[in-house]
Design a protein around this ligand. Structure first.
Ligand SMILES: [Zn+2]
Length: 179
């Protein structure tokens, strides 16, 4: 009957995982604090590389193919080697070219971030609604039949068109909460 069956608990457990990973990351950073770390130089963009990851131990990221090298490779000889072996046609491109690629990369990153967080909010809203319906012992069809139109009415009167469009993206019949 339902497309996906998943308990609310396991959903929120999954939602919490990024925090655990962040905690682990900071532990590793503390452990390695004393080791020598190479820093990113603006001039490395000439070789097509930008910095990514932890600012104390940045990794060079190739703006052309997206390859991420280790912090030890953060030096002109290694970066140039990547450019010469992987992208020989581009090695003599002007800085302007790599600058444009860098901007394109940053724009894509921003877009992806915005899309991911709005999808995540939509998914959470859907689960929270399904949980309420289950607790109230109502048929799950009430989401599409009553709750969504009512939420849209409220948005229309109080918040405006943008809010209605956001609410309309919440699937109110996609999940059945298991108890
Ligand atoms: Zn590359």
């Amino acid at each position: 009957m339902s497309k996906k069956q998943m308990s609310l608990e396991s959903f929120f457990e999954k939602g919490e995982r990024p925090n655990d990973e962040a905690a682990e990351d900071s532990k590793t950073v503390n452990k390695k604090k004393t080791a020598f770390k190479r820093k990113y130089e603006e001039s490395y963009l000439n070789y097509g590389f930008i910095a990514t990851g932890d600012s104390h131990s940045p990794s060079p990221l190739c703006i052309i193919c997206g390859d991420r090298l280790s912090n030890e490779a953060m030096k002109p000889s290694k970066l140039l080697c990547h450019m010469e072996t992987k992208h020989p046609a581009l090695k003599d491109k002007a800085l302007e070219f790599f600058n444009r690629k860098k901007h394109e990369h940053e724009e894509q990153k921003q877009l992806l971030k915005a899309t991911t967080s709005s999808n995540m909010s939509t998914l959470r809203a859907s689960f929270l609604e399904a949980n309420r319906v289950a607790k109230a012992k109502k048929p799950f069809t009430i989401g599409e039949e009553l709750i969504l139109p009512a939420a849209k009415d409220i948005c229309h009167e109080l918040l405006g068109e943008a809010a209605i469009q956001k609410v309309a993206r919440v699937p109110l019949s996609a999940y059945t909460i298991t108890r």
